[in-house]
Design a protein around this ligand. Structure first.
Ligand code: GDP
Length: 196
């Protein structure tokens, strides 16, 4: 998709602060540092739309970005960060969970995993949760440029095996550095946000 305009709109710490219209939303979910901000920037072809390289756990809000005036990206709080107390951790994931359960605008969730790491317990829980909701989702595996093709293909197979995801769930190998997989992610987002 050609993104002519993209802009940060607002951040929310509860459901009341979320935009109150019915624009379709694509939601980005994943562990802190997995590459969510970089992916959002790559999809929008902008260097600094979403902030890259935050202190793990610093981004604790839902961040909304408006694209072409007719859809939004939502950056969920990154989970699994070590520097925040358990109590705070659960309240952030509580917000993400409430958002996923109640927000009517969500058309697709882009769940990120790092090609170099084993899916964590948090990742597996999130994917189980997504499987239970009726929201379409895809797995976007980040940072493939850090491995050779042979290595990332092998890793991808291991990740799929560990997750035991439905074969219909799109599994897209990406790199925000080289642009690998970016068009495929856009195709899925467009399909779910605007129909085929
Ligand atoms: P977030 O916490 O999930 O938003 O992750 P960021 O987008 O801030 O990325 C975390 C770190 O990984 C930063 O240093 C990025 O430059 C780096 N990074 C993210 N995506 C990629 C990628 O596709 N390839 C490479 N080589 N580095 C990446």
């Amino acid at each position: 998709m050609l993104v002519k305009n993209s802009e940060y709109v607002t951040s929310a710490v509860d459901m009341e602060q979320c935009p109150a219209d019915d624009l379709p939303e694509a939601v980005f979910s994943g562990k802190s540092n997995v590459g969510k901000s970089s992916l959002i920037n790559a999809l929008c072809n902008k260097k600094k739309l979403a902030y890259v390289g935050n202190t793990p756990g610093k981004t604790r809000m839902l961040n909304f970005f408006l694209l072409n005036g007719n859809m939004r990206f939502v950056d969920l709080p990154g989970y699994g960060f070590a520097k925040v107390s358990k109590e705070k951790r659960s309240s952030y994931s509580g917000l993400a969970e409430e958002f996923m359960q109640k927000r009517k605008n969500i058309k697709i969730v882009i769940q990120l995993l790092d090609i170099r790491h084993e899916p964590s317990e948090d990742d597996i829980q999130m994917i189980d949760f997504l499987n239970q909701t009726q929201i379409p989702f895809l797995i976007s595996v980040s940072k493939c440029d850090k491995l050779s093709k042979a290595q990332y293909m092998k890793r991808a197979g291991e990740i799929v095996e560990k997750l035991r995801i439905d074969p219909d769930t799109p599994f897209i190998l990406t790199s925000s550095e080289t642009g690998q997989g970016i068009e495929e992610i856009w195709d899925a987002i467009e399909f779910y946000c605007f129909g085929g």
